[in-house]
Write a protein that binds this ligand. Structure first.
Ligand code: FE2
Length: 309
């Protein structure tokens, strides 16, 4: 079922990034745009330190909890009733070195049917991959998921991560699908490459082997593809990236979600026509390693047949 030893697929991402040591001009330009965000992040960090709130925000960011959610999904086959899915996104392992121990303690010996990752394992694309690979290996060892571990890449991840993740048993869906089966009922997990900074998503290619009437879980780094996913008959859309803003102000909520989708799709459970969706708040942080009124979350979902059609 899982071909963990295959070479990474030469997606548009591969062509765009080049062979790692020789990235294209377009990649360099996009990377510079990402670097520009460091200035407001530094200002915010200095401001929080100046007013004495940084330490509290850092502590809040480490307070990772496993949250159980019952997700109502339309057209759920009866055999998949109660399917248990563990979901994590935006781990950004390098940002907070203490996070891995906390999250491994939190999920240790968790038993689910399958485990999905919404991308952004890395934080700084320039750095080596070790924190992400070591962290992911510990997660894979800690969780029992007989249907497997599947991931998509986010805008902070590099192509070099793909073979490393697959080596430890995490299949990366690069505009691809995988057919799974539970209690003799087949279903598909379909994943696209990063649709945000690098726009490597190719939804047509991702769905090319997926039968129209099958049950489909769609994995994307961001919620931005909700319309095209609906057009492909997706039943459940899973994503992250927004971190729910990391800082929620009273009466205002988050200032920025870095998403083109409507705000309600950038935070938590949502519904688009009869397609259920969930945008996780993320496990880690990026920019400034703090959270206020916006806790990190590892999500344990149980799929239930819904009335949403
Ligand atoms: Fe992201």
């Amino acid at each position: 079922m899982n071909n963990l030893n295959k070479k990474p697929i030469r997606s548009r991402r591969y062509l765009f990034e080049g062979e790692g040591s020789n990235p294209s001009l377009k990649f360099k330009a996009t990377y510079l745009r990402c670097l520009a965000w460091r200035i407001p992040h530094l200002i915010l960090k200095l401001f929080l330190k100046g007013i004495g709130l940084f330490e509290q925000g850092y502590k809040n960011a480490l307070n990772v909890k496993l949250r159980n959610r019952e997700i109502k999904v339309a057209r759920l086959p009866i055999e998949l009733e109660g399917l248990r899915v563990l979901f994590m996104s935006d781990l950004h392992f390098e940002e907070n070195p203490e996070l891995t121990d906390v999250l491994v303690d939190t999920i240790s010996q968790t038993k689910v049917d399958l485990c999905l990752f919404g991308g952004d394992f890395q934080r700084d694309r320039r750095k080596f991959l070790d924190p992400a690979i070591q962290g992911m290996k510990r997660i894979v060892d800690a969780v029992e998921a007989p249907l497997g571990f599947y991931a998509v890449l986010g805008n902070h991840d590099t192509i070099e991560l793909v073979p490393e993740l697959e080596r430890i048993g995490v299949r990366v869906l690069m505009n691809e699908s995988i057919k799974l089966e539970s209690k003799s009922s087949p279903f598909y997990v379909v994943g696209v490459d990063d649709p945000f900074y690098f726009k490597f998503d190719d939804i047509e290619k991702a769905f090319e082997n997926v039968p129209e009437n099958s049950f489909k879980i769609f994995l994307s780094h961001t919620p931005d593809l909700y319309e095209s996913a609906k057009g492909k008959g997706v039943n459940f859309y899973l994503c992250g990236h927004t971190h729910h803003g990391q800082i929620h102000f009273p009466f205002i909520g988050p200032l920025l979600l870095h998403s083109l989708s409507p705000k309600e799709m950038g935070m938590g459970e949502w519904l688009y026509e009869n397609m259920a969706g969930f945008t996780g708040p993320g496990v880690g942080t990026s920019g400034v390693p703090v959270r206020f009124r916006c806790p990190p979350e590892i999500t344990l979902m149980e799929l239930k047949s819904g009335q949403n059609e």
